[in-house]
Design a protein around this ligand. Structure first.
Ligand SMILES: Nc1ncnc2c1ncn2[C@@H]1O[C@H](COP(=O)(O)OP(=O)(O)OP(=O)(O)O)[C@@H](O)[C@H]1O
Length: 391
């Protein structure tokens, strides 16, 4: 692993001079790929938090571990930090095996949800803490604090006391403190989950911009699928200590690997398939044409792909064979840029619900009680397996 010197001259990644490809900073970042092979964690008492995890995270990637509470996200992060030992398997950073390397010898830093700032120290001293531990001289530490304060736009916050800061400000200080040591890898354990929605989305943007400017590898933990999609280059979805899918946000959302991933990504239009003949599948909302040749026991229809019109309106694409249903609007949720409709569909004595998300183009909205025609393109009927990895 490339240990970067804490006494590096000014002009590092936080100075106002942008690093250029091929520079020392970008070369050092190449040391930040992560590789896990067969990593397993069993806690005393027999709880298996991770089953044989294989994972390759690329240098400079914003990589997110996503999954419900207890799925093993924090355990995985703690093992990358060296705070927990794997019960089996190997872990490499920058191509170097660090399975047995203690935390302080790994070029890794962690930002926790709880900020973990020292209340008795000033903001400046909190930020410079890691540099002091490494023995950097005071004048150099102060120079670094000035650089990072400018980089993360902390302004006058550095002159405050920690107990005078809001939650969002504390989180930015915690980020500054983790970044100042210029680790190859930054681990972030639900760092934004204590913040209110507005501040959270503002810090999401800041965090992402910081990561892209530094080219550092970020491994981010969240249980919020929207946050994962906004932030990540790639996402690993975990359940019960097993990776269910690794992919870009678009892949994981549009082509979930199985029913668990689809539900976790927020999908509701999921219909069991009772029979298939050629490209026609039988579901509780009727026979649907699909263009998906893959095997599957469940049909997924993303809510934004539904086309809604009045029952007598012409097809949205005359000449193309679309799946057509007649439904009734049972609920409407106005969200400004889009509108969500909950639709009831009756087929014999089968009653089903569909959700449609329609972008708000300023046209007349349907009302609760209206009958609507729903058209679905065959390419938007996606086949899913209901088998979970490891189940
Ligand atoms: N020190 C420990 N001893 C025993 N079991 C543990 C320990 N730490 C975690 N576990 C168990 O391991 C599993 C994974 O926990 P982990 O904290 O990694 O999950 P998580 O996905 O980060 O959850 P959350 O989102 O709630 O933080 C859980 O079943 C948990 O109860």
């Amino acid at each position: 692993m490339a240990e970067r010197s804490p006494t590096a001259a000014p002009g590092g990644p936080f100075s106002s001079v942008e690093s250029t490809p091929g520079s020392e900073a970008s070369a050092a970042r190449e040391a930040s790929s992560i590789s896990l092979k067969g990593v397993r964690k069993e806690y005393p008492g027999g709880v298996v938090a991770l089953e044989s995890v294989d994972l390759d995270i690329r240098a400079g990637e914003f990589f997110t571990l996503l999954g419900p509470s207890g799925c093993g996200k924090t355990t995985l992060l703690r093992m990358l930090a060296g705070l927990d030992e794997p019960s089996g398997g190997t872990l490499a950073i920058g191509g170097v095996d660090v399975t047995d390397t203690p935390p302080h010898k790994r070029s890794v830093n962690t930002v926790f949800q709880s900020y973990a700032l020292f209340p008795h120290l000033s903001v400046r001293d909190n930020i410079a803490f890691g540099l002091k531990m490494r023995g950097m001289a005071r004048t150099q530490r102060e120079q670094k604090v000035v650089e990072i304060a400018e980089f993360i736009k902390l302004g006058s916050l550095v002159d405050r006391r920690v107990d005078q800061l809001s939650g969002g400000q504390r989180q930015r200080i915690a980020l500054a403190r983790a970044l100042i040591c210029e680790p190859d890898v930054l681990l972030l354990d639900e760092p934004l989950s204590a913040l209110d929605a507005g501040l959270r989305s503002q810090l999401q943007v800041e965090l992402l911009r910081t990561q892209k400017r530094l080219g550092m590898t970020f491994v981010f933990v969240t249980h919020d699928q929207e946050e994962a999609m906004v932030m990540s280059d790639r996402i690993a979805v975990l359940n019960d200590g097993i990776i269910q899918q690794i992919g870009t946000p678009q892949e994981v959302y549009e082509r979930p690997a199985n029913l668990f991933v689809a539900r976790f990504m927020g999908h509701d239009n999921l219909f069991p398939i009772s029979a298939r003949e050629g490209m026609t599948v039988t579901t509780p909302i009727g026979a649907l044409e699909t263009e998906d040749k893959s095997e599957g026991s469940v049909a997924l229809i993303r809510p934004e792909t539904l086309e809604l019109t009045s029952p007598n309106a012409p097809s949205v694409e005359p000449g193309k064979q679309l799946n057509t249903l007649v439904c009734r609007v049972v609920e409407r949720f106005y969200r400004g840029s889009n509108v969500e409709y909950r639709l009831a569909h009756q087929s014999g004595d089968q009653h089903n619900e569909l959700i449609a998300e329609i972008s708000n183009t300023g046209e007349r909205l349907f009302r609760v009680g209206d009958e609507v025609k729903v058209e679905i393109y065959p390419e938007d009927v996606v086949m899913l397996s209901d088998d979970e990895e490891g189940a």
